[in-house]
Each structure stands twice: as structure tokens, then as C-alpha cells.
Design a protein around this ligand. Structure first.
Ligand code: BT5
Length: 320
């Protein structure tokens, strides 16, 4: 474990620790403690330094803990890896998948240097503030049959959040998890394998748990802390629940497609009945959203009648 991580663990509860006590715990000089504190600030963490009292984090942090995640998840089907810093948990797991990692492999990181959204967009990933999770799942069939998996994953994420007490959640097709129109979580699915099967999916989920104020995100967003109160949602418990729901979701999707998700989808769908605009490279269409078909495609009532739009290179905006 790095010294910086040791320092972080000592300060995680948000209480003051004197420079002397920290130096003793870490086995370094007080000057070295100060240098390590500056390292935490460089990670974007706010540290208060008060003469006579020592150091404390501006807000307590629940660091990732494999035992706590396993306890919340129940039996995990594959290995679980935790990282302090990574470029992207999805990129990592895609690489592992190609090297033969088993189904059910999961990884999380405290922060991502290059967190990814769909279509080349960025996922803002501040240290210790959210969950950055990826799960690898292998399917016996062809990747073309995985089109609706994205929706199943959105439902699984919503179920995990609801189990953790986060109320008022909705889904925006295909898989944005929102609360009052503000984005709480995002899902990135990436596929590989043979075109006729078998194939695999790397399922990436980012959930804002307790974000630092002023995160530079170019659309309305929200975190669990502002919905249910700071400290009410445990990152480790939510991570465990999320993995368990994703595993359950993949199993039932493999067995019966979207059938097991359609009731929850209808309950959570925040787009149905509303005017929307679908846009893709070189085109756009407007209409009234009318739910999804069996494959997960969005049914859109347009001037030319109801048309289904498959999940792909399409982005959806609610019309003003
Ligand atoms: C997504 O993309 O919503 C998928 C996000 C998936 C992130 C996870 S984290 C673990 C795994 N590893 C990765 O590298 N990625 C996955 P999209 O629908 O394209 O939305 C991206 C847009 O959401 C951005 O352009 C911003 O407008 C907004 N955004 C970025 N960071 C955000 C955040 N932390 N909270 C809310 N909105 C955010």
C-alpha cells in the first residue's frame, strides 16, 4: 500500500489528526506528511490544515473495500479487482476479456484518468466520489442479440440504487439513470467476440455517490448524497448490490431477453409520452416517445407513423 493511500485511510473519517500522529502512523517525518497531504490535494481532495489541530479531509471518504463489497454482493461469480487510479475500468476489463478473463470478472477504481462515456464522450470521475465499475459477462449467442442488454443494465442499476434507499429514480432511454431530469448514473456497454457468437460484454457503470461541489459536467447532474443525504449511501454496499443486480440481470437477459425487465422499464421510463428528438451523425427525427419494443428499440410516433429506433449511434434529447 502506498504511503499516500495509508494517509488517506488515516484521514478517511473526516476527523482531525495531528501531523505528529500521522508521521508516527506512517513512519515518516512531519515534512513528509505535509508532502503527502499535497499529493492528496493534487488528486482533487480538499484537505484542511489547521495549526494546533492537524489535518482533516473536508468531507469523510468511504474507500473501496473488497470484503465489504463481497459481503453486500453475496456470492460473486468471478474475480474482483480494486484499483486506486486507472485510465478506465472498461478499457482495463476489455483488455482482460481479450486475454480470456472469466465471466463475472469485475473491477472498480477510486478514480479514472480517462473515464469514458458513449460516442467518445468523457465520464467525469473524481477521486472516491462515485462508483466506477465494470463487469465482464460472456454470452453463448451472437453480439447482435445483445442490443437490449443496455436497457436491462439501466434497470439493474436502478434496482440497486432503490435497494440502497435512493428514491425518485427514472430511466432515460437507452440507459441514463436520472433523478428529476438530472443524470445520476451512466452506462457504457462494449462488446467483443465472434460475429456468430459466443461473445462478451463489458458493462461499465458510473454512479455519482457524493461528488465534490462544482464538478465540471456539461449537463444537469445529481449525486446520491443530495437525494438522500450525505453519508446515507455506502459506496461499498452499493457497489456490492450493483454487481449482484448486474449478474442477476445478465443471467436473466441470457435466458429470456428483456422480458424480465419490461415491467420495471415501464415503471421507470421517464421518456414515454413526451416529445423527443433523436439525433445521429447526419440526421435527426422528432416525435413522441411510445416506449420500447421487444428488442429494446425506442418506438417513436412521428408524422410518418410509429417507427422503431435501435440503440446505437443515436442520442436522445427531450424536446424543450
Ligand atoms: C454514459 O455515457 O453515460 C456512460 C458513462 C459510463 C461511465 C462508466 S464509469 C466505469 C466505466 N469505465 C468507463 O470508462 N466508463 C464506464 P453518455 O451517455 O455518453 O454520457 C456522457 C455525458 O454525461 C457527458 O458528455 C456529460 O455530459 C455527462 N457526464 C459526464 N460525467 C458525468 C457524471 N459524473 N455525472 C453525470 N453526468 C456526467
Amino acid at each position: 500500500m502506498s504511503r499516500e493511500r495509508q494517509l488517506l485511510e488515516s484521514l478517511a473519517d473526516g476527523a482531525f489528526r495531528s501531523g505528529e500522529a500521522l508521521a508516527a502512523t506512517l513512519g515518516v517525518s512531519r515534512a513528509a506528511v505535509w508532502k503527502l497531504v499535497r499529493g492528496l490535494a493534487a488528486r482533487g481532495l480538499e484537505v484542511h490544515a489547521v495549526r494546533g489541530r492537524g489535518y482533516r479531509l473536508a468531507a469523510p471518504l468511504e474507500l473501496l473495500d473488497a470484503d465489504a463489497i463481497r459481503a453486500a454482493a453475496g456470492a460473486l461469480p468471478g474475480p474482483l479487482e480494486l484499483f486506486d487510479t486507472i485510465d478506465s475500468t472498461n478499457t482495463y476489463l476489455l483488455g482482460r476479456a481479450k486475454l480470456g478473463a472469466p465471466t463475472g470478472s469485475a473491477c472498480l477504481a477510486e478514480t479514472q484518468r480517462a473515464g469514458r462515456g458513449r460516442l467518445g464522450r468523457t465520464w467525469v470521475s473524481p477521486y472516491g466520489a462515485s462508483l466506477y465499475l465494470s463487469l465482464l459477462w460472456r454470452f453463448a449467442f451472437a453480439p447482435a442479440q445483445l442490443a437490449g442488454l443496455s436497457l436491462a443494465v439501466g434497470v439493474a442499476a436502478a434496482r440497486a440504487l432503490e435497494a440502497e434507499g435512493v428514491a425518485g429514480i427514472g430511466l432515460k432511454w437507452p440507459n441514463d439513470v436520472q433523478c428529476d431530469g438530472r443524470k445520476l448514473a451512466g452506462v457504457l456497454l462494449e462488446f467483443g467476440g465472434e460475429s456468430s457468437g459466443p461473445c462478451f460484454a463489458v458493462i461499465g457503470v458510473g454512479v455519482n455517490v457524493a461528488m465534490p461541489p462544482g464538478a465540471a459536467i456539461d449537463q444537469p447532474w445529481v449525486d446520491c448524497a443530495s437525494i438522500v443525504g450525505r453519508g446515507r449511501v455506502s459506496r461499498n454496499r452499493l457497489a456490492g448490490r450493483l454487481i449482484a443486480e448486474l449478474v442477476r440481470g445478465c443471467e436473466s437477459f441470457a435466458a429470456g431477453g428483456l422480458e424480465a425487465f419490461s415491467a420495471d422499464w415501464q415503471r421507470l421510463d421517464r421518456v414515454a409520452g413526451r416529445p423527443v428528438r433523436l439525433a445521429w451523425l447526419g440526421g435527426a427525427v422528432e416525435g413522441i416517445a411510445r416506449g420500447i419494443d421487444r428488442s429494446g428499440a425506442l418506438e417513436l410516433e412521428t408524422a410518418a407513423g410509429v417507427r422503431a429506433f435501435a440503440i446505437g449511434e443515436v442520442s436522445l434529447r427531450l424536446a424543450p
